[in-house]
Write a protein that binds this ligand. Structure first.
Ligand code: NAD
Length: 262
């Protein structure tokens, strides 16, 4: 508990349940005094998100499907009406057809390629454009990415391409919005046991492999990711933008597995 984010108001997008990375971030930033709104995708998720939101003192819930412009417009209008401003957004949203998160990458279909990139990358741009007018005093956007963006990870397939595009969008948005005092960063955790994580073929093996080989011999936790978000959103992160912050136990520095695992 602390007050690093006292008086800040933020939208958290992407809580599906209490294992969600967005939830880990929500708990950490609420613990530092932030006031939160939550968006959820459809009624079924809404029922799960409502009690979680209530547990951090929020009754501000917005039904948003990022492929539906009208739902995005409604959500940001509601934030403008209620708060008149917005200090930060957590964008923790990704999707790909799980049938294509296994097998050979070359079999990626055109339809799923478009759908995956739209939800997992383009939605950040849609969100940034709508958040911008509410951030007249500056602000901060955080999205979530994964190291499969620039290194091949078994079965991550089209999501790797989507994350590469997302990371590039972070840099372009950071440059676009920097003069307006809005920072844009991504957090890149190692594998996490979440709904989205479980959709990737061989997820358990990837989780075990990272834990066994990362310099810290551990995977990320919701607390570690939440702490990184607090830093990025607070004044301590005031000069950091366009950055991809790795929270993966150091796994990304490796050239090959540890000797004990060869
Ligand atoms: P999760 O399943 O808990 O969250 C994914 C969220 O995306 C869900 O809340 C879902 O409702 C939302 N979503 C999907 N399509 C949507 C749409 N059309 N409109 C609105 N919302 C939509 O899983 P998570 O692992 O917490 O994923 C959050 C982010 O973290 C994703 O960007 C994911 O790629 C990223 N990430 C996950 C891992 C991992 O191993 N789990 C690792 C690194 C990065």
């Amino acid at each position: 508990m602390g007050d690093l984010l006292q008086g800040r108001r933020g939208l958290v997008m992407g809580v599906a349940n209490d294992h969600s990375i967005a939830w880990g971030i929500a708990k950490a930033v609420a613990g530092q005094g932030a006031e939160l709104a939550f968006s959820y995708q459809g009624e079924a998720f809404g029922k799960r998100v409502q009690p979680l939101a209530a547990s951090v003192g929020s009754d501000f819930l917005l039904d948003v499907d990022v492929t539906d412009d009208a739902s995005l417009d409604r959500a940001f209008a509601a934030i403008g009406d209620r708060w008149g401003r917005l200090d930060f957004v957590i964008h923790a949203i990704a999707f790909s057809n799980r049938n294509e998160l296994t097998g050979r990458f070359m079999n990626t279909s055109r339809a799923n390629f478009k759908h995956s990139l739209e939800i997992s990358c383009y939605s950040l741009i849609e969100v940034a454009r709508r958040a911008h007018p509410l951030m007249a005093n500056g602000g901060s956007l955080i999205t979530l990415t994964y190291g499969g963006s620039n290194r091949v990870t078994p079965f991550y397939n089209v999501m790797g391409v989507a994350k590469a595009a997302l990371e590039s969008a972070v840099r372009y948005l950071a440059n676009d919005l920097g003069p307006d005092g809005i920072r844009v960063n991504a957090i890149s955790p190692g594998p996490m046991k979440t709904l989205a994580g479980a959709a990737i073929g061989g997820a358990r093996k990837t989780f075990r492999h990272t834990e066994a080989n990362a310099p810290l011999r551990r995977n990320a936790t919701l607390e570690a990711i939440g702490g990184t978000a607090v830093w990025l959103l607070s004044d301590w992160g005031a000069c950091t933008t366009g950055e991809i912050v790795l929270v993966d136990g150091g796994y990304h520095v490796l050239g090959m597995p540890q000797s004990e695992n060869l």
